[in-house]
Design a protein around this ligand. Sequence first.
Ligand code: SAH
Length: 246
Amino acid sequence: MTFTATTLSLYPEMFPGPLGVSLAGRALAEGKWACNPVQIRDFATDKHRSVDDTPAGGGAGMVMRADVLARAVDHALAANPDVPVLAMTPRGTPLTQARVRQLAAGPGVTILCGRFEGIDERLFEGRPIEPVSIGDYILSGGEMGALVLLDACIRLLPGVMGAPDSGDDESFETGLLEYPHYTRPAEWEGRTIPEVLRSGDHARILAWRKASAETDTRLRRPDLWERHEGARVKSPSGAQRQKKER
Ligand code: SAH
């Protein structure tokens, strides 16, 4: 099954863009995913082919029209009814590795890319669209966000990543940041690699990596750490442990 990435955008020439090189580019050439960029303007019906209009209530900028976008979304849904439709918006649910994994396991993804001030809100009421944000900052358009989301999915597709297990202990897969990495030279500008990593003692290395991941997550991402600790306490084994301790 080929993972089909349909992007609805005013700049279809931005795809595959950077996803045409390296890992994703090779996977594209091998048919492991399909890139299907669609021009939203093709769904405009007036003689100026307009896709946007001034914001109701006033204010700066332009808003993308629900009627034009709905025709583009319907076209994508008719072609691929089982493929979820996402829209890039800073008002959406923040993208997570868990959601990326779900999407990568499915038939593909259709991504609506906003421009200007954003998308008429009624589109989200009138069509089954999942609003997605890639982070708490503002891009000039949804295309870069779509590229980010697609890159995260494509590397997980079967046969795309070199070593099959190289994604397993990646940051976020365990709810923690990954441990830090080192490679040769053994000494660089007077700095050495932690001794344990050169010991060949796999149990010690594993313990060091686990402890590093925990410490770094606690210090750098207290939000992730709190969620991780919360989940551990709530898990059945955690509950049992608490009971025993009483
Ligand atoms: N006025 C809007 C921002 C519009 S930016 C607001 O303040 O919420 C223009 C387009 O860029 C958006 O429609 C969206 O498609 C995309 N975009 C900007 N920031 C984004 C983000 N953090 N995540 C996903 N898409 C984003």
